[in-house]
Design a protein around this ligand. Structure first.
Ligand SMILES: Nc1ncnc2c1ncn2[C@@H]1O[C@H](COP(=O)(O)OP(=O)(O)OP(=O)(O)O)[C@@H](O)[C@H]1O
Ligand SMILES: [Mg+2]
Length: 245
């Protein structure tokens, strides 16, 4: 795996990203299948929504692709290299370097400032504190949080806190950002703005975005929507905007 230079600003170009693929992914809890033979390819830099009813396996799929949860069957590759069979140490290193995560409610560390929260991935990657914080501040500013760098999560609005979470997901220039209902706890307008901020920042960074959402409008606004039902993909739709009818 290539080693990335960390802590750079939003506009620093990054070399081509690897594709992420899942083949025959299955996951059971007891006798119940949460995922059942899912095949999925995530192209570098693409934005995709994952939709489906509650319990259809959306979060499970994200967790299996990201190596948070081992699959019972199937394989996951990143840039053609198998990653699901790596040991826990290697998998957790990979999660920290290649992937970024945004959850429904930020999961920021309450005792740390916005800039310290956003700098966590680069600090964990061993970057010096000064450079890591400077990199984090560039992302925060880029996401409209200038002046809030020293605020703790409790001193931020819900939308601002999610932007800190977005900065944290992007600061180490991951290949893929996984977002599980990232705006689910926000009102419609703030949620829409926050999602646009996430998509724009990811696009600039060249990261692919896989976003689980219940918001049909958001899903249809993205170039690709994968629909899950009972742990299987029942539709994988790509927008045909720009293609003449
Ligand atoms: N830790 C667990 N133990 C047992 N069953 C689980 C566990 N996690 C998930 N499941 C089951 O696996 C299935 C898929 O769950 P998952 O969380 O992936 O659904 P989801 O599509 O993300 O739903 P939601 O929209 O409600 O978040 C569900 O039937 C769920 O009950
Ligand atoms: Mg879920």
């Amino acid at each position: 795996m290539t080693t990335r230079i960390t802590g750079q600003g939003p506009s620093t170009p990054v070399p081509a990203r690897p594709a992420l693929s899942g083949r025959g992914l299955s996951k059971r809890y007891g006798t119940q299948y949460a995922l059942s033979g899912v095949d999925i390819d995530i192209t570098p830099g693409e934005a995709m929504a994952i939709v489906g009813p509650s319990g259809s396996g959306k979060s499970t799929l994200l967790h299996v692709l990201a190596g948070i949860l081992p699959a019972d069957d199937g394989r996951v590759t990143l840039g053609g290299r198998r990653i699901d069979s790596l040991g826990e140490t290697k998998r957790s290193e990979l999660r920290r370097t290649e992937f970024g995560f945004v959850f429904q409610s930020g999961m920021l560390v309450g005792e740390l400032s916005a800039e310290e929260n956003a700098a966590l991935p680069t600090l964990l990657a061993g970057e010096g504190r000064r450079e890591a914080l400077a990199g984090a501040r560039r992302w925060l500013e880029h996401l409209g949080l200038k002046g809030k760098e020293r605020n703790r999560p409790g001193e931020l609005s819900g939308g601002q806190a999610q932007r800190v979470a977005i900065a944290r997901a992007l600061v180490h220039r991951p290949s893929v950002i996984f977002a599980d209902e990232p705006t689910g706890a926000l009102d419609t307008r703030t949620g829409g703005d926050t999602m646009q901020a996430l998509l724009a920042a990811a696009a600039e960074s060249g990261a692919a975005v896989v976003v689980v959402t219940h918001d049909r409008d958001l899903a249809t606004s993205l170039p690709r929507t994968v629909s899950l039902r009972d742990g299987r993909i029942d539709a994988d739709t790509r927008a045909t905007a720009g293609v003449p009818a």
